[in-house]
Design a protein around this ligand. Structure first.
Ligand code: SAH
Length: 387
């Protein structure tokens, strides 16, 4: 086993509970894609980690013990993860949720989601990918009732990004349940699946009546999951806006999965900033507006980053919001802290009087590492606006 001597700053970071290793933590001479034993500058044993390049980071700390990554090790991890999620398992109204979440479940670089009777594995680096036979074997011992699985490749270097992994093949599209609402999903078409599972509590608040009797505008709507949740919760009308052409057909599939008539639900393929202009000109107004942009986007006309530009979404949305309307402002930008995000909101509100009703971060199935703020990337404020 390779020994790796770390400097005092990494030793301190690990002691604080952070598991993700950054590029500047590790000497560039260390060979990557391997398990290593870490030692302090004074040669004290610190624990086991693995090194492998990812989109973010170059490896993960795993345990203060000397580990062997065998079936028994992963089996124990999966048993703990399953135990944590009994409430989801026992809820017959929700059949899709995260089963294993990176460092929140003490093994970074991998997530596993449940979609009905199927599992979806996401590999974030070549090292977990190389260990996947052991991982799958352990997983099947702990979750024998899941009949098949798919995988997503979330690192560079392979010639595919999505594939069937084991067991039965799933239909091209099928429905899962969340808070009693049906969503149409697909497990083998690119990296997306038709729904972002980390938002299930926000959708839950819409199902529970946040938009009952109201008109809702859903900006950056992707498959309009927020609109479907709102419609099931009694919203009278929804408008979903997304730039991607395919979003319209995928949005309709979610509505149809719930037998919702489409008359009062509109799907607009347009840049949100163009839609703001259009809606203002037409005098359209909404009681609830959801804003959920990507962290960073660049198109022909402009670039948008949550860190710098979110306030523009707020100020634009205010012009379309009715008196006492509600804004749901969401971001998944890991590089923007809750405080920085709130600053963007405040800049957007300016002098407009508003009250914070609710704040949500990741739901319990997206177990996060409390010691690492980056691991709790989701931030969602619900704000009532008196204007
Ligand atoms: N709110 C969605 C997830 C949004 S993902 C949900 O809950 O499922 C971000 C979406 O923003 C993508 O579907 C992308 O097509 C869209 N998008 C990015 N830039 C945009 C723009 N300028 N105008 C409209 N949509 C945009």
């Amino acid at each position: 086993m390779s020994k790796l001597f770390v400097d005092a700053s990494l030793q301190k970071k690990l002691a604080s509970g952070v598991q993700l290793l950054d590029k500047h933590d590790i000497s560039t001479q260390t060979p990557t894609n391997q398990l290593v034993f870490l030692y302090s500058p004074k040669s004290a044993f610190l624990g086991t980690a693995y090194l492998s390049e990812q989109n973010k980071g170059v490896g993960w700390f795993l345990s203060p013990k000397k580990l062997k990554l065998d079936v028994a090790y992963f089996r124990a991890l999966f048993e703990q993860a399953r135990q944590k999620r009994r409430a989801y398992e026992n809820d017959s109204q929700t059949t899709a949720y995260r089963l294993f979440n990176q460092d929140g479940d003490n093994f970074g670089g991998m997530t596993i989601d449940r979609y009905g009777d199927y599992a979806l594995f996401s590999w974030y680096n070549a090292f977990v990918y190389e260990n996947r036979q052991t991982i799958i074997e352990a997983f099947q011992l702990v979750f024998p009732e899941l009949i098949g699985a798919y995988e997503k490749i979330r690192f560079k270097g392979l010639d595919y990004e999505s594939a069937h992994l084991y067991g039965q093949k799933a239909p091209d599209t099928f429905t899962i349940l969340e808070n009693g609402v049906a969503y149409s999903v697909f497990l083998n078409d690119g990296l997306m699946t038709g729904i972002f599972l980390d938002q299930h509590e926000v959708r839950g608040s819409l199902v529970d009546g946040l938009a009952t009797g109201k008109r809702l505008l859903n900006m950056f709507s992707y498959t309009a999951a927020f609109s479907v949740a709102a419609a099931m919760g009694g919203a009278t009308e929804t408008t979903s806006v997304d730039l991607a052409k395919r979003s319209r057909e995928l949005s309709k599939a979610h509505f149809m999965a719930n037998d919702l008539p489409l008359e009062n639900h509109h799907f607009v393929v347009m840049d949100v900033f163009d839609y703001f202009k259009y809606a203002k000109k037409k005098g359209l107004r909404f009681e609830v507006i959801v804003l959920d942009p990507p962290s960073f986007a660049r198109n022909k006309k402009r670039t948008f980053s949550v860190a710098k530009d979110y306030h523009k979404l707020i100020s634009q949305a205010l012009e379309l919001l009715t008196e006492n309307g509600v804004l749901i402002a969401s971001t998944n930008a890991a590089n923007v802290s809750k405080a920085q995000f709130k600053k963007q909101l405040e800049k957007g509100f300016g002098e407009v009087k508003h009250t914070y009703l609710d704040f949500k971060t990741l739901p319990a199935d997206f177990a996060s590492n409390k010691a690492d703020a980056q691991s709790q990337y989701l931030k969602v404020f619900t704000v009532k606006v008196e204007q």
